[in-house]
Design a protein around this ligand. Structure first.
Ligand SMILES: Cc1cc2nc3c(=O)[nH]c(=O)nc-3n(C[C@H](O)[C@H](O)[C@H](O)COP(=O)(O)O)c2cc1C
Length: 319
């Protein structure tokens, strides 16, 4: 069973991936947050940094592309192949309005005719393996059958399925039966993604779908970074694990980014860690309010000093 780290824009960048690998590891592939290339293939400085092979040394990183135009996808894929990447991932799942408004991400699932033309060109000409990350439809799960009949015609390296529609965003139950349908229909390796927040939920899904090639986890690993170790029979998350990981991340961002940006990013991690902690909210709030290095360090130190790990640390879906 392969284990993949989900791409999360604004979170799982190169510094994060290296920190996770150094502190925990156990991940077969890290999918990188999407880039949305234009024809000129210009990237932001941060995207350039993230894509540098040197920043991804020692781990298997897969760049992800958000595109509606096959020419843009192929231009970016060629530039990744030149950097030494062997696989690229196509994003057909992003539900954000700014993305779907441009016909990209999950909006690609709406127009099956365009999707076929896009995939024809991509699979004819791509210079490296192309995997796909998808939802099961734009509006309703009834779209899935037709989408499966499209996917089955292409040499998809791996299909990662988040079994929700775009309209669900991250709400409601994942449609596990739709995942089972994919396993019956497709010959390519199929990976399950969605709401795997505890070792028990991972075991349940892998027990239910033994033919699945693997699982991809995102929020679950952010809130309980020791989840994979626990799954493999090792020790559960400890307070030392969490503070060590926090400090490792903090040093990496502090060294590389502007202090304001570094602290801003730490706030994002803290919100995920807080799911696993019993701590009066005022301490978390103080740390989230602090936007200077020293103030943040003091506030987060106090927060960890007051905190205890929950009995079963895990991400909890907001109501
Ligand atoms: C803040 C955030 C950013 C995300 N960014 C991306 C992204 O760049 N590319 C992508 O394919 N999915 C992205 N996703 C979706 C995740 O990869 C994953 O499919 C989703 O979180 C469900 O998995 P989980 O329940 O294990 O977290 C993002 C999700 C969140 C919450």
């Amino acid at each position: 069973m392969r284990i993949y780290f989900a791409p999360m824009e604004g979170i799982t960048d190169a510094l994060f991936r290296q920190a996770y690998q150094a502190c925990f590891g156990g991940v077969d592939k890290y999918f990188m947050p999407f880039v949305s290339p234009s024809h000129s293939l210009s990237y932001t400085l941060r995207e350039e940094f993230d894509l540098l092979p040197a920043q991804n040394r020692g781990l298997f990183a897969v760049p992800q592309i958000l595109a509606r135009d096959a020419g843009c996808f192929l231009g970016a894929a060629r530039s990744f192949a030149e950097k030494g990447y062997t696989e690229v991932n196509l994003n057909l799942g992003c539900p954000s309005g700014t993305v779907t408004g441009k016909g990209k991400g999950s909006a690609m699932l709406k127009d099956v005719y365009h999707l076929r033309r896009f995939l024809d060109e991509v699979y004819c000409e791509a210079p490296l393996k192309v995997s796909v990350k998808t939802r099961i439809g734009f509006e309703t799960p009834e779209e899935w059958e037709q989408l499966l009949s499209v996917f089955k015609d292409y040499p998809i390296h791996e299909l990662i399925i988040h079994p929700r529609t775009r309209s669900q965003l991250y709400r409601g139950e994942p449609h596990r039966a739709a995942f089972g349908q994919a396993l019956e229909t497709l010959r390519c390796p199929v990976i399950y993604n969605g709401d795997l927040f505890t070792a028990e939920s991972v075991r349940e899904v892998t027990g239910m779908f033994p033919q699945a090639a693997g699982v991809m986890l995102g929020r679950g690993l952010l809130s309980n970074p020791a989840l994979l170790r626990q799954l493999q029979g090792g020790a559960a998350l400890s307070m030392e694990d969490l503070t060590h990981f926090h400090d490792y991340l903090f040093r990496a961002y502090e060294k590389t980014w502007h202090p304001l940006t570094a602290v801003g990013r730490m706030h994002v991690f803290l919100k995920y860690f807080a799911h696993s902690l019993n701590v009066p909210f005022k301490y978390v709030r103080e740390a989230l309010r602090a936007n200077k290095m020293d103030a943040y360090q003091d506030a987060v130190g106090e927060m960890f000093a007051q905190a205890k790990l929950k009995e079963e640390p895990h991400y909890s879906q907001p109501e």
